[in-house]
Design a protein around this ligand. Structure first.
Ligand code: ATP
Length: 369
């Protein structure tokens, strides 16, 4: 709970101020939405706890933005229900418009008003307060985002990261029940993205807001989300903590989304899949099933030739923290990709002994017959 909110509660000052809102829970039940023949939401079930940060992650066109728009009330579902704090805000015979849902929105392009100062931009949503109170609240919100000195400037004079923080201050100042963010960092260069992301996460945590963030970047989802909802073709295919999704992806495409993989085929026999890189446990797969061992590039180690499986380095690239190697192994069509710090002087043409760490191997049924 932030200092202003604590003060409000302590002084019983609430009626003259922005309504004090504690974080809301959000529930979606069988939510559907189509654009013509395209099913952008094809039956979404999702329950988000108050104060939780959930990232909607998935490839372009999978329906992330549509889901955010449905939660905000910008779109109306064709079936299913949406509940905010157990109140139905969208469903058969019920629809609460966006402005009554007490939701904060942050978009990729910040959507700041260019003709208003940063302070006026932040104060814009505080309609329930007197002008003086709204400006005082807005100033505090800017100061919390360490932008107080820019209050009287206009957005165009700020960097992209600063504009994003103004947009966040504007969204948080109304103390929304739920904060919805659509690709909030994708307009920033990679150097700035990390620091703005950290500041945003700290502000959201500090406000205690329930938050739904759309991103197509798995690393960003893992950094920001308490849980990640992995989406594909209008559905949530997996929901869980970042660690659960990374360690136990539900299928091969989900695994591919989080990590570049070396995929080696084989058939299940005796509960294991035999490959030129060794045999790996294939739990849950029937005998004779065609399967794929998906090996993370950091799970392959190269030792002196004569140990492990014989391989030959085709390429070595220095990438700073890690090295990247391509390694040929007999019986495998494509070179293995290895990402780890290799022994000094290990370059193209060197013979190596390849070892695979089973902790970095995932086994799935192969697609198709
Ligand atoms: P991106 O990461 O590219 O923003 P997304 O996962 O957010 O994609 P949506 O924008 O929700 O995906 O789109 C889901 C599907 O619905 C896509 O096939 C898209 O082309 C379609 N769609 C979205 N908005 C509209 C619209 N206004 N009219 C018609 N089709 C739309």
């Amino acid at each position: 709970m932030d200092d202003v909110l604590t003060k409000d509660l302590a002084t019983n000052d609430v009626p003259t101020r922005t309504p004090v809102t504690l974080a809301s829970g959000l529930v979606l039940e069988g939510v559907r939405h189509s654009y013509g023949a395209t099913q952008a939401a094809a039956g979404i079930d999702l329950a988000i706890e108050p104060g939780e940060i959930v990232c909607l992650l998935g490839p372009s066109g999978c329906g992330k933005t549509t889901l955010l728009r449905l939660i905000a009330g910008i779109e109306r579902p064709s079936a299913g229900r949406i509940l905010l704090d157990r109140q139905v805000v969208a469903g058969p015979g019920a629809f609460v418009p966006p402005e009554k849902r007490h939701i904060g929105l942050v978009f990729q392009d910040y959507a700041l008003f260019p003709h208003l100062t940063n302070l006026a931009n932040v104060a814009f949503g505080l309609k329930a307060l007197s002008k003086a109170e709204a400006l005082a609240e807005a100033r505090r919100a800017l100061e919390r985002m360490r932008l107080g000195r820019y209050a009287d400037d206009y957005p165009h004079a700020l960097s992209g990261g600063e504009q994003q923080r103004v947009a966040l201050a504007r969204a948080l100042v109304t103390r929304p029940a739920i904060l919805l963010m659509d690709e909030p960092f994708s307009g920033l260069d990679s150097r700035l993205r990390g620091s703005v992301r950290d500041a945003t996460l700290a502000a959201v945590r500090d406000a205690g807001a329930t938050c739904v963030i759309v991103t197509h970047d798995p690393e960003e989802a893992m950094l920001m989300g308490d849980r990640i909802a992995l989406m594909r073709a209008g559905r949530i295919v997996q929901l869980g903590t970042p660690e659960a999704l990374y360690r136990h992806p539900c299928d091969l495409p989900a695994a591919r989304f989080f990590c570049e993989l070396n995929e080696v085929g084989g058939r299940v026999a005796g509960g294991r899949i035999a490959t030129p890189l060794g045999s790996f446990a294939a739990p849950g797969l029937a005998e004779g099933t065609r399967a794929v061992a998906a090996i993370r590039p950091q799970g392959i180690e190269m030792r002196a030739p004569g140990s492990g499986i014989a391989g030959r380095v085709l390429e070595h690239r220095f990438l700073g923290e890690l090295d990247m190697y391509e390694v040929a192994v007999e019986g495998i069509d494509r070179p293995l990709i290895v990402r780890r710090r290799g022994p000094a002087g290990l370059d193209a043409g060197h013979e190596v002994g390849v070892h695979v760490d089973v902790a970095d191997v995932l086994v799935f049924a192969a697609a198709g017959p």
